[in-house]
Ligand binder design. Sequence first.
Ligand code: FAD
Length: 755
Amino acid sequence: MQKQTSKTPASDLLPAETFPENILLPLEIRVHGRGGQGGVTCAKLIAATYAKLGFNVQTFGDYGAERTGAPIRSFTRVDKTPIKNRNKVYRPDHLLVLDTGLLVPTLLDGVAPGASLLINSSEDPEKLRRRYPQFRVAVVDATSIAREHGIGTAAVVIINTTIVGSYAAFMGLPMTAVQQAFSFFGFVEDYEAAVAASRAVQIFEPLVHPKAGGSENIVETGPVLPITEHQQDIPTGLKTGTWASQIPQYREYAAPCSLACPAGNDVVGFIQTLKEKGASAAAELLLQTQALPSVCGRVCPAPCMKACNRTYYDGPVNIRSLERWIADNSDLQLTPLSDPDPKNFAVVGSGPAGLSAAFHLAMHGQKVTLFEKEHQLGGVLRYGIPAYRLPDDVLDRDIARIMALGVGSECDAKINSEKLAKLNSEFDAVLVCIGLGAPYAMQAAGEQLKGVFQGLDFLARRKKEKLPLSGTVVVVGGGNTAVDCARSALRSGAGSVKLVYRRSRAEMPAIAEEIEEAAHEGVQILTQRQPVAFIGSDTITGIKLAEVELGDQDASGRRRPIVTDQTVELACTTVLLALGQQPHLKLLPEGWAIEGSRVMNGDEPLPVWFAGDCLTGDGTVAHAIGNGRRAALDALAFCSGKSLPEDKEMKSTVAPADIRFSHFPVIPPYEDRHQAGGRIKENFEEVNLGLPGPGEAERCFSCGRCTNCDSCLVFCPDGIIFRDGSGYRIDQEYCKGCGICVAECPRRAMAMLDK
Ligand code: FAD
């Protein structure tokens, strides 16, 4: 809907004495015509006529794309003061009807008794007058006049200019103003027809006078409402909804962030909830899938952020830190479901997979016992990831929330194959979440020298006791364990730390931000180097590194390292190996085997499931959390005989091309705060301090999910979308299926569907 509001420069105005005196302001005019008759131009010429008389005017059509013969409406407002109303005209004072075919009963909706009605008709004017006894009625056969003056074609006579002459006569407007308006818009040639129509028009006062009599009864237009509050408009009589072959519908599409989340979090959901209802409400949603939000909000590699559509605009939403914000700032009492016949579950291993499984089982009202071989619960979160990334109290908080649901635990309880078989007979179901097994060895000469350690052992021991280091420490590997070892070595007193990796830096599997922080703290990263020997007689004194060339891509998609015979020696005091871990192979009793995630004894499925790294080797906390939850729900469904709701199936994803970037202001991402640089040695305080506030949530596009932003309503050219409760209603009787609402939806929360 294009609205034009204008004021004629004083120099162009007609003399003041030509102003009609009886005009009540503000004045609203509605023109009913058909595509091709020129109704929009007619409204414009009337506006221009009033403008020439010194009034402020506004004029606009109902929609941009007129079709020949289709009912259209156009509107003009006139006032002494500048016009701010942006709505259509709902209560016209003057109604122009360009075609008797449009004289349907609903045409008059909203028109006050005593209003003025100008009809283009060749019918008997008296008859029309009697049909509308409570209105001032003027009748003119503008079509014949326009035809006589050769305006338009024989098939489609254009009456827009002709009828303006009769309108001026009806309202007592000076024809000089009409003439000026015509010349302003380049219709000088049509002026003669307008003059003829001004003479031909027959004007009748109301037969039945409105109670209060006369024009003072004209309905006030009332205060200006925002466009979003617009009223149900007056139907045109022609239900244009029948034209549509497609209709717009509000839909929900999976956002790429949510699809990328291995834990199965509803990312858009929790961010929008944070924005609208605060951290506790967001936590409630997050905890439906995420047992360890404080942990994941710190250590997750955040594949969601890599998938975020905002990356293509002004930078991805800092989703990980929003999750952390919610976890750190919410106060939530969880109420588990109550099950009158709870089942008894054993969960072996208390890393993220086991904790997640225990959490969801407990939330479903089941009895759960965790069996953990270490002294404390947490798995790698407790004994691997250093405190400067994941402080103990943060981990404790997430674990305490789970244990508060009534989960029991036995620590220092290593489960072997015999005990697993026993658990199978004692519990209704067993979930095995034991993570990965022993670390890989280097298989290089001198690996047994004193001073060569497994990085994982170093990290685990460092959690329990101080392990002072000195001199040059070489860390071998490129994953999270390697980077954690390097940064922990710096904190443990190493003079210098060199991280040796056989591929390029871009191919290091560790979290990119962690690599950057390690480099920032002073870890020297040596890429395309492969240790081939450890040097020393009893204790290590150096390491022999071969240069590596990168060949073709291997199965992992990374370039294959080719070790050359070019070597260098590097003096060092300690080597920490971080080459990954192998799967546990020895836990299954004789005859048991894993199929999918379920354990089979021959052909017989056992109520035993595997989950987490020991099953998938995915190697991230979020994967383990998601996998643990899904296995728990599978086990519960099996034991209870009920099928439990699966992860919400989403239709398809929202691509960057689906986002209307221009609807969003550019807002650079809010950065995490960090500990002020300075002392690293012995400083295991958390480095990343998270976001200063939840403002980052404002940056979420809410891909695929309606936020009630009103774009559909505002852009609908027919004004047939209305706010309705918590959403919108589309008047399907009038929706022509133009698709503009869908095209203008900033976030693909609508779609055009075949009717
Ligand atoms: P685990 O966390 O390994 O837990 C298994 C648990 O089972 C342990 O508690 C173990 O003691 C127990 N267990 C084992 N055998 C037995 C048995 N026989 N009886 C009883 N209990 C047993 N991922 C990320 O997403 N982000 C990171 O920043 C990150 N950093 C990492 C840093 C390090 C140093 C390491 C090693 C890994 C890191 N990872 C990271 C990977 C991530 O921690 C793992 O993918 C995740 O912990 C796997 O979870 P899980 O529950 O399957 O196994």
